[in-house]
Design a protein around this ligand. Sequence first.
Ligand SMILES: Cc1cc2nc3c(=O)[nH]c(=O)nc-3n(C[C@H](O)[C@H](O)[C@H](O)COP(=O)(O)OP(=O)(O)OC[C@H]3O[C@@H](n4cnc5c(N)ncnc54)[C@H](O)[C@@H]3O)c2cc1C
Length: 362
Amino acid sequence: MRVLIVGGGIMGCATALELLERDPSVEVTLLERAVPGAEASTAAAGILGAQAESHDVNDTQSLRLFLRARAAYPEWAARLGETGVHVGYRKCGVLRLAFTEDEASRLRAMAQAQGAQGARVELVTNPRDVEPTASPEARLGAFFPDDGQVDPPRLLRAILARLAREPRMSLRSGTTVRSLAIRSGACEGVHLDDALLEADATVLAAGSFSALVPGAPEAALRVRPIRGQMAELEERLPQTSTIVFGDSAYVVPRGDGRIVCGSTMEDVGFARAVTVAGVTKLLGGALRAVPSLEEAEVVRTWCAFRPYVPAPEARSLHDAAPPLIGRSDLPGLFLATGHHRNGILLAKLTAEAVASAILTGD
Ligand SMILES: Cc1cc2nc3c(=O)[nH]c(=O)nc-3n(C[C@H](O)[C@H](O)[C@H](O)COP(=O)(O)OP(=O)(O)OC[C@H]3O[C@@H](n4cnc5c(N)ncnc54)[C@H](O)[C@@H]3O)c2cc1C
């Protein structure tokens, strides 16, 4: 079976690997207009925030999906680590801080809803008992001990190292898909500048650019870019070990002195810019959450676009519809896109679901 994958982010790469590992008759061609990981997938913070990211206390379906996704990580990380590239998986926990009574009552509601689903969460009146560098100004913390992190550029690199050993894998960097090839209401492959590539199955995994691929089905036309700005700091003496979410930024300690601070949520189309306002918000929020970062060095800044599908009647950019995973309305075309803030968390589960849909029709 010949499979074409459009886009070499985490979704495209993880799906390619899953297909090749499951079925010895599959041949995969991955088409990436730049280089694998050029966009959101290496820009991400890598938080596996199954609980910390579950803001909507009524959305138990997403919480259950996120918990399953998190549970898949330890084994996946260990297997990818056999390539010699360690993906930086750590179950370091996430501490969410509340500075106001409103924020505190939201944390209590989250804790109650998640506890009812059997997920571990601790409310702490002194957040510094959990993370000594957390702000003394916080009046409450919710600690999610089972959330964790990976290092996204390393995750991508490990998957690519595995793919490089697969003779049935062809990676074409610098190859832009100009359109899906649609005939008689079915997808038969893709058009490049100078060629038609035919396939038994085509996977649209172009992240926030999915709606821009001509021929994309209606579902994928709803994917929009949401810009996120990031900053990397360096602590000379690494002190912080838990991920800390403040009121306008999160702080992700990599464990080696690097600290990733994120992230803005901006509806500005594909305007690729790190702005004064964005960095001010990030660094101000990081300092409020972890005051000892005052002396940390700012090493670099960057931005990228989350693939966002608004929920019906969305009131904020946090209200996302479920990601688009599996069969589309077009026979022959499968979707792996629209993962918004949680694509790294959901990567393995998405790859499994898309591979099953292609190989077994499930
Ligand atoms: C700042 C930021 C922080 C984040 N933090 C986290 C986090 O902590 N935890 C988490 O779980 N998630 C996080 N995310 C979300 C996560 O990064 C995304 O959901 C995920 O990376 C999306 O992966 P993808 O493969 O769909 O898209 P991408 O990584 O964007 O990949 C799409 C690829 O398709 C290629 N492409 C596009 N059009 C074409 C074409 N026509 N032909 C060929 N190739 C094409 C692009 O070049 C790109 O490489 C974050 C995102 C951002 C932006």
